[in-house]
Write a protein that binds this ligand. Structure first.
Ligand SMILES: [Zn+2]
Ligand SMILES: [Zn+2]
Length: 265
């Protein structure tokens, strides 16, 4: 059975994605109000009532804003490490049904095997995820894995290692260095934060990361979390398409503020 995946929304105004198997429906991040999440899910033929869990990367509002509206959906379990859970819980009026995991460790949720890994970003304990379904060598449910990697200032070597066994990658392509440099709206201090070691990933850094994945089995890349002012889908494609064609990998650039088409793998 294929895994079905779609990005519901992406960018600094909010990030969330839906991943479904026959048994399980999860959101990766929930960076929209519960009402907006409900609308985005409805457009995908789903609803919050049918969501089993949220896997949370970090506490920034564009990833965690939806939790404040989930008091009416107590069945949704929220997986986060203790650092992230603590910071998010402090800002909420209701108690979330937290499921803690250790950064760097794996956990199972129903038919999914999820491993988390640390990413360098200016948050409490931010992570990326590899979410796998099925088993290696199983004819009916062969192993399929998706990696979720947004909000990181740079990509240390251990991250490329984590991506060697994934079929689908969602990766932040936040800014084009030339457009960020030329941007007149952002003060120097904000630019420093974005392109700092704990800020966001540039198109060039994504290209270098893709080229560094050892024996990649990647089939498809979603470029996400684009800055509205400091990046364009064309700039992402110009930086990364040659590397992806070497890898024989298809891709989609998710425009800022938008979602992706559904994808099965
Ligand atoms: Zn973000
Ligand atoms: Zn962030």
């Amino acid at each position: 059975m294929p895994v079905r995946f779609r990005i519901l929304g992406s960018g600094s105004a909010g990030n969330a994605a839906l991943l479904q198997t026959d048994d399980t429906r999860v959101l990766v991040d929930a960076g929209f109000s519960a009402r907006r999440l409900q609308e985005l899910l409805a457009a995908a033929g789903e609803s919050l009532e049918r969501i089993d869990a949220i896997f949370l990367t970090h506490e920034h509002g564009d990833h965690a804003a939806g939790l404040s509206g989930l008091a009416r959906h107590p069945h949704i379990r929220v997986f986060a490490n203790a650092g992230t859970a603590q910071v998010v819980q402090r800002s909420l009026k209701h108690r979330v049904s937290w499921q803690h995991f250790e950064t760097g460790a794996s956990f199972r949720f129903r038919d999914l095997e999820v491993s988390s890994f640390a990413v360098p970003h200016d948050a409490q304990d931010p992570v990326g995820f590899v979410i796998a379904h099925g088993r290696e060598g199983d004819l009916f449910a062969p192993r399929r894995a998706l990696a979720w990697l947004t909000d990181l200032g740079h990509a240390p070597a251990h991250i490329a290692q984590r991506l060697r066994d994934v079929d689908v990658l969602v990766v932040e392509a936040n800014y084009c260095p030339r457009l960020l440099e030329a941007d007149a709206k952002r003060p120097w201090s904000v630019k420093q934060r974005i392109n700092g070691r704990h800020g966001h990933l540039s198109n060039d850094a994504v290209r270098d990361l893709l080229a560094a994945i050892p024996s990649p089995r990647l089939r498809h890349v979603f470029f996400a979390h684009l800055s509205r002012d400091c990046n364009t889908p064309d700039a992402v494609a110009a930086a990364c398409a040659p590397t992806l064609s070497t890898l024989r990998c298809t891709y989609a650039v998710v425009p800022p503020g938008e979602g992706s088409a559904p994808y099965e793998f």
